[in-house]
Write a protein that binds this ligand. Structure first.
Ligand code: SF4
Ligand code: SF4
Length: 287
């Protein structure tokens, strides 16, 4: 079983359009939506949830008010200012480090699991899908991404699928690392803007750090052909293959409004180019 992650340095580069199109082109894939904070993938793929699992993430301190004497030792020891003067825990500030429980002379504090979101296994018209949602203000997105990837692997084994197609999170944080670590190939989608080039260099740097082969797709290459050439030069210099270039086109927007992938929406020029991109990715994965 192979794993491919589609990533971009920031949202709005066309990453999900491309990942959703790949979902409709791949013949035997499980889809893993690892953008656990704000994904659009479900708007196109319309997953029908089969199974939901609570995600507990980090632990949080809990004080037994009957045992507590109000001495304040825990409040003074907490480096995250998560304990108020009247000895109450701010669950959003608590990092679950356990220091307060360690210093409490009465044994009044314990660490309990806190529900921080949920993970789901679903069915889509293109096959099984693992996805998740992190609760508002929760920060354990890297852990939840790892849960989604593990669920996707299990679905691939269960349904004998030979590819896990991962829609990665935007940005370069720990959730990006969790979504690319150990995969067979990363496709970095970028736009030819100055910030796009900067973001691309950063995400390719992360992939290279973990020794993960990467390919690049320049989306809307024709809005700034000079910058597109800069990206192509960068790829050449660093031995990174260009998987394809896509022009500016309104097909993705129209397809999204119809809740379709670009492949389903049209067999026009843009969709043909996305198919060409997919063929290049497949060749690399199979090679
Ligand atoms: S250290 Fe223990 S006893 Fe003292 S205020 Fe904190 S919870 Fe209460
Ligand atoms: S577990 Fe750590 S962060 Fe949370 S209240 Fe206790 S000392 Fe503060």
């Amino acid at each position: 079983m192979k794993e491919l992650t589609v990533i971009s340095g920031k949202g709005g580069t066309g990453k999900t359009t491309i990942a959703a199109a790949f979902a409709s082109l791949a013949e035997s894939a499980v889809i893993a939506d690892c953008d656990v904070d704000a994904s659009d993938m479900h708007l196109i793929l319309k997953p029908e949830i089969i199974e939901t699992m609570d995600f507990t993430g980090l632990k949080v301190a809990s004080i037994d008010e009957i045992i507590c004497t109000g001495c304040g030792i825990c409040r003074d020891a907490c480096k995250f200012d998560a304990i108020s003067n009247d000895i109450r825990i701010d669950v959003y500030a608590c990092e679950g480090c356990g220091v307060c429980a360690y210093v409490c002379p009465e044994g009044a504090i314990s660490l309990i699991e806190r529900k921080a979101g949920y993970a789901c296994n679903s069915e889509t018209r293109f096959g099984p899908m693992a996805h998740a949602r992190l609760g508002i203000a929760e920060e354990a997105s890297g852990l939840l991404v790892a849960v989604v990837r593990e669920n996707a692997r299990k679905l691939a084994e269960k349904y004998d699928r030979n590819l896990v197609l991962i829609d990665g999170p935007p940005g370069t944080g720990c959730s990006l690392i969790a979504s690319i670590k150990g995969v067979d190939l990363v496709l970095a989608v970028t736009e030819p803007s100055v910030s796009g080039i900067h973001d691309l260099e950063r995400i390719l740097g992360v992939a290279s750090h973990f020794n993960i082969p990467a390919m690049v797709c320049i989306n809307k290459y024709d809005i700034n052909e000079k910058n597109s050439r800069v990206i192509e030069e960068y790829c050449k210099e660093h031995g990174i293959e260009l998987a394809g270039k896509l022009p500016y086109d309104d097909t993705p927007t129209k397809a999204m409004m119809q809740e379709m992938t670009v492949i389903e929406y049209s067999d026009g020029e843009f969709s043909k180019m996305v198919k060409g991109l997919w063929e290049n990715i497949k060749k690399k994965l199979d090679g």
